[in-house]
Design a protein around this ligand. Structure first.
Ligand code: UDP
Length: 251
């Protein structure tokens, strides 16, 4: 066992399984534990706090509202802005505050994953602003951010075709598995996050870091779709729960 890690090592090669299970005790097709709470910030139009394994994410949504600067406004539809930010204290090695190439890329692909579901033509000249703050990070934060964003957007009452749900499959020790944790992500062979609209079956994001054969890719896609369907139920439950209660701290 590597010190401070769930990962094993035999003859200089990482081992990812023990007695058929992953080293955090999960099966190959098992998600990490997930908790979702909608409506946690009283000043945002919509919000969500989400835990996925060791990830802790806050999402805040504002809008549809007036666009500033005005030259960004679109005459016939709303625009969507998405900012993914990882807090300095969210990772082992302190991250320099502010945007970097990684967060700019994640913000862009996450916006693209979300915006096709928004009924933008209903709100010309406006913007929907989505803010994602990663408070604690443990791999899979872009997918967790999208899951939190979708719940926060629904909580804000933004008209949408459906929720967007994301999760990753990957390859570790030659095996295709669902939802990599940090060590699996760092030492594994591939990571493939996807986002879908479960109501329509549309895939709105697919990325791959590493290498898989075509058959492994298909197996990974099936697993990730299965994971998304489970997460979708949790997103729906969080929204149902939200409308049974109020926003914390509000009358
Ligand atoms: N990470 C880190 N420092 C960084 C960027 C990432 O420690 O500056 C860690 C963090 O735990 C993150 C993981 O590496 O969740 C995997 O990052 P990746 O870029 O693959 O994105 P993610 O899997 O979080 O969507």
């Amino acid at each position: 066992m590597i010190e401070g890690s769930v990962l094993g090592m035999v003859d200089g090669v990482h081992t990812f399984f023990k007695d058929g299970l992953r080293l955090d005790g999960r099966k190959k097709d098992e998600l990490r534990p997930i908790k979702i709470k909608a409506g946690v910030l009283k000043r945002a139009d919509g919000s969500c706090y989400l835990e996925h394994g060791g990830n802790k994410i806050m999402a805040a949504v504002y809008g549809p509202r007036e666009v500033h600067p005005r030259h960004l406004q679109h005459p016939t539809r709303a625009i969507v802005r998405y900012r993914y930010n990882m807090a300095s204290f969210s990772v082992d090695e302190r991250k320099r505050p502010g945007p970097d190439r990684r967060s700019v890329e994640i913000s862009k692909i996450s916006r693209e994953a979300m915006e096709s579901v928004v009924l933008k033509e209903q709100f010309p000249k406006t913007v929907v602003d989505v803010f994602i703050e990663v408070l604690q990070s443990d791999a899979g934060t872009r997918a967790a951010g999208i899951n939190a964003a979708a719940v926060a957007m629904a909580d804000a009452g933004i008209p949408m075709k459906g929720l967007v749900t994301a999760c990753a499959a990957g390859k570790i020790g030659g095996e295709v598995v669902l939802d990599l944790c940090k060590e699996e992500d760092n030492y594994g062979e591939a990571d493939m996050p996807i986002a879908i609209v479960p109501r329509t079956g549309e895939i709105t994001m697919i990325q791959m870091d590493g290498h898989m054969t075509f058959d492994e890719f298909r197996e990974g896609l099936e697993l990730a779709l299965k994971g998304c369907r489970q997460i979708y139920e949790l997103q729906r439950e969080a929204l149902i729960e939200r409308y049974k209660s109020g926003v914390e701290g509000e009358e």
